[in-house]
Write a protein that binds this ligand. Structure first.
Ligand SMILES: [Zn+2]
Length: 92
């Protein structure tokens, strides 16, 4: 069993909060946080930061950028088809 100390716990925090750790690591991190108020404070700070980032994402840049990226290829295809049809069926 790996001993989870403050250093290891804080290094794993990013993965811990996003559920990237395996079950055993997650449990060890939980145990450590249970007995260590300092690391718990670190986690709370990290969570607040993530909340802010989520809000920022919802508020605009992140999400709309992703949506634009997803929509762009479709628009391009439609536009191309438009040109192709206009050339084939010349409408006065
Ligand atoms: Zn600690």
């Amino acid at each position: 069993m790996t001993f989870m100390d403050c250093k290891v716990c804080r290094e794993s925090m990013y993965s811990y909060l996003r559920g990237y750790l395996d079950r055993e690591e997650q449990r060890q991190c939980n145990d450590h946080l249970h007995g260590c108020p300092e690391c718990r404070r670190e986690v709370e700070q990290e969570l607040r930061l993530n909340d802010l980032l989520d809000d920022w994402d919802v508020a605009g840049v992140g999400r709309s950028f992703a949506e634009r990226l997803l929509r762009r290829p479709e628009k391009k295809r439609q536009r191309t088809r438009g040109h192709w049809l206009r050339r084939l069926l010349p409408i006065p």
